[in-house]
Design a protein around this ligand. Structure first.
Ligand code: IMP
Ligand code: MG
Length: 175
């Protein structure tokens, strides 16, 4: 029989909201007059993006990319794939990537490299969470929300095999 993972609370919705507000004010300071293009990585960042942008009171645009390095496993396969339909008008734009979590760093490194080739005016990375212990490639997180331990997490948009995205808090999955 397959046993259900146990969820233990890591960050409450209030702690998440405080982190999102802080990130919004940092981003607001830097992008007030820049009309940035936010590129959110699907699917995990959609809840974070929705809360973040409603605190950004200046002109901006939003695009999405669908990247995946995980199948059903909780371990990164190490290969990153981009779904068709990636944003094309990058040249000369101030681009800010919106991620849910930086784990090994492979996904963010792939996307940073892909976008850099398209000659944006500037390129920065914002991630709600950071799992630094598992890093395999160096990535600079310009706007960092919450640091998480070397555990698998879910909730607030972040999934485990497509489950738990709807939970308002963030949990550690104890297998
Ligand atoms: P990376 O390429 O290893 O940095 O992983 C980035 C992606 O893996 C994230 O955007 C998530 O989609 C997924 N991921 C990494 N760690 C977790 C986790 O603890 N829970 C759920 N998804 C995760
Ligand atoms: Mg992701």
């Amino acid at each position: 029989m397959v046993s259900e993972p146990e969820l233990s609370l890591l960050f409450t919705k209030d702690e998440i909201a405080a982190a999102v507000s802080r990130l919004a004010s940092e981003i607001g300071r830097d992008y007030l007059t820049k009309h940035p293009l936010l590129i959110a990585v699907l699917k995990g960042s959609f809840v974070f993006l929705a809360d973040l942008i409603r605190q950004l009171d200046f002109p901006l645009e939003i695009e999405f990319v669908r990247l995946s390095s995980y199948g059903k496993d909780t371990e990164s396969s190490g290969r990153v794939k981009m779904a068709p339909g990636a944003p094309s008008q990058i040249k000369g734009r101030h681009v800010l990537i919106i991620e849910d979590i930086i784990d090994t760093g492979l996904t963010a490194a792939f996307l940073l490299d892909y976008l850099r080739r398209k000659k944006p005016a500037s390129l920065k990375l914002c991630s709600l969470t950071d799992k630094p212990e598992r890093r395999r490639v160096m990535v600079n997180i310009d706007y960092r929300g919450l640091t998480v331990p070397d555990k698998f997490i879910a909730g607030y948009g972040i999934d485990c095999d497509e489950r738990y995205r709807h939970l308002p808090d963030i949990y550690v999955l104890e297998q």
